[in-house]
Ligand binder design. Structure first.
Ligand code: FES
Ligand code: MG
Length: 578
């Protein structure tokens, strides 16, 4: 209950439904148009079920059904469930990139929650940006909050083999370009990859964020990996509906769950599952909303000793369906109890470690390695620094080719992804396997929206020679389903005059993952001279969201939130206008 004095209603929804006179008449009467009996206004917790359903977001297209299961649970526990939509963001269709709109989704959700008679909320999410965007918005309101993700798709199938969302696309496109795959097979793979409801079933950004949400205590233990079409997905949703009603009674707000300890556990989980580099940006943004200090260095330090245990694509071999059968996230975290922060609590009201003592133990499999036989140690996302990235850059170590962990090569610079895509087809392109491909103008402000283009395809000429990895550096992101020696999120970005804007073709660049170093071998004097000559591109965005976004977006090392959205405005009930 949120009240502190007798004349304050117990639940904030009482400010609407508990009113007498004209205001109460209006608030209740219109709701009754939906056929509710008057008991729904008797003071029971109103649970806002915030739905990122959209048929343009195929990963979330089944969330109306998941909402029905949540509602069953809310009714069962004596609450009043009210489902409402917020902006949905689908990775596969939305242009120029879903990331441009993550903060807009968060604003939509924040204002919808605060402006309505909501006492607690269940966030229905799935596709990459819908999970962090929803959590960010809810964090800025700070009500009791539960996340229910829609679950991953079943394993993709092609010619009798399992194939992974996204990962198979990158691989098969390279094979097609190199003449190793026919057009007919390429089309067959397209038909077999996405064969059920759910989000990408590789350990891409959606699966990563689902796992990290569970690790930070915001969703029910064991829920992240349940396939979208498994009946247990709906059972867990119903359970979440029951539990959120109690959470309102306990005043278990999101800020009590997502603490520094919880973030630390999420970072550890990310390293253990070989999770997406995008998680770094999203965790920084979530921390910013909650006023928690989090720096790239913290993420790097917390990941260093963590064994990589989940053998999942893109870095490993298996897929989310296999992961679920092998015990899912609890089976991974149960191996790491000595590393996890015991102070973290979860939506169940119990500590994360306490929850893990009852985690179902599954016999050892190749999918989840035991602690003593990891796929690697400290294989998580590393934070690089150097004169090329004074404010940091990241690289996913589990995706790096060993021979390129330490590398010195000459830069070949491209000013846009479109330039690169044309050049990559050129049989005479002046590159070899040691060349460092540098992509500029693809950061949060420059693109705008920081698209997932950092994993540049290997130039055709080299692909045909069998080259399958090269050092690639950009201020962009890459899909969580992608792989390779790809340095991302270079800060500051080129559009604001970061040193990456000053790199020229022929410059020597040194990457040293071990020592976290990214160095441009050009003298200070020469860089200063180039900086004098550098001119920012004129702002192209003249109106609307893109204008607001480009004027206020923070750099990747601060989570790419808008500067004025950092922090929280709480759940204050605003004045009414009736
Ligand atoms: Fe939605 Fe991958 S496209 S999760
Ligand atoms: Mg993506």
């Amino acid at each position: 209950m949120t009240s502190t004095s007798d004349d304050e209603p117990a639940n904030r929804s009482r400010h609407w439904f508990g009113e007498t006179g004209r205001g109460g008449f209006i608030h209740r009467s219109w709701m009754r148009s939906q056929g509710f009996t008057e008991e729904v206004f008797d003071g029971r917790p109103v649970i806002g079920i915030c739905n990122t359903f959209s048929e343009f977001t195929p990963c979330n297209a089944h969330l109306r059904h998941v909402a029905d299961a949540v509602k069953r649970g809310v009714w069962q526990a004596g609450g009043f469930p009210v489902e409402f939509p917020v902006m949905s963001l689908g990775e596969s269709l939305l242009r120029p990139t879903a990331m441009l709109f993550r903060n807009l989704l968060s604003m939509d959700l924040e204002e919808s929650l605060r402006g309505n008679p909501v006492d607690g909320t269940v966030l229905l999410t799935g596709c990459d940006k819908t999970t962090p965007g929803s959590i960010m918005g809810a964090a800025s309101v700070d009500l009791p909050t539960m996340v229910v993700t829609g679950g991953p798709m079943l394993n993709g199938k092609f010619r009798g083999c399992d194939i992974g969302s996204g990962t198979a696309v990158w691989q098969y496109t390279q094979d097609l370009n190199a003449g190793r795959m026919s057009e007919a097979d390429y089309a067959a793979a397209e038909a077999g990859m996405s064969r059920s409801n759910g989000h990408c079933m590789t350990m891409g950004t959606a699966s990563t964020m689902a796992c990290l949400t569970e690790a930070m205590g915001l969703s029910l233990p064991g829920s992240a990996a349940i396939p979208a079409v498994d009946s247990r997905r709906y059972a867990t949703a119903q359970r979440a509906g029951q539990r959120i009603v109690d959470m309102v009674g306990e005043d278990l707000r999101i800020s009590r769950v997502v603490t520094q300890s919880a973030l630390r556990n999420a970072v550890i989980a990310n390293a253990a599952i070989g999770g997406s580099t995008n998680a770094v940006i999203h965790l920084l943004a979530i921390a910013g909303r909650l006023g928690l200090p989090l720096r790239l260095e913290d993420l790097d330090a917390w990941s260093r000793e963590v064994p990589w245990l989940a053998n999942l694509q893109p870095s490993g071999s298996y897929l989310m369906e296999d992961f679920h059968y092998a015990g899912g996230l609890p089976a991974v975290l149960a191996e790491l109890t000595d590393l996890l922060d015991e102070r973290a609590t979860t939506v169940t009201g119990h500590g994360l470690l306490e929850e893990l003592t009852t985690a179902e133990r599954v016999p050892e499999t190749e999918v989840i390695r035991p602690r003593g036989q990891p796929l690697g140690v400290g294989a998580g996302t590393a934070m690089l620094r150097g004169n090329l990235a004074p404010d940091g850059a990241v690289v996913k170590q589990s995706a790096v080719t060993p021979r390129l962990r330490q590398h010195r090569g000459r830069a070949r610079v491209f000013a846009s992804i479109e330039d690169y895509d044309v050049a990559a087809q050129d049989p005479d392109l002046d590159v070899d396997a040691d060349t460092v491909l540098v992509l500029q103008n693809s950061g949060p402000r420059g693109y705008p929206g920081m698209p997932e283009v950092g994993n540049l395809t290997i130039p055709r000429k080299l692909a045909e020679q069998g080259v399958d990895d090269m050092v690639r550096i950009s201020d962009a992101r890459m899909s969580g389903t992608a792989y390779g020696t790809v340095v991302l999120h270079v800060c500051p970005e080129s559009a604001v005059g970061g040193p990456i804007a000053l790199v020229r073709t022929g410059d020597w660049i040194e990457l040293d993952v071990e020592h976290r170093r990214l160095h441009l071998d050009v003298s200070e004097e020469e860089l200063a001279r180039r900086r004098e000559e550098w001119e920012p591109a004129p702002q192209r965005e003249e109106r609307g969201w893109s204008k607001l976004y480009t004027e206020h977006v923070l750099q990747a090392d601060q989570g790419c939130d808008l500067d004025f959205l950092v922090g929280s405005s709480g759940s204050t009930v605003a004045r009414q206008s009736h």
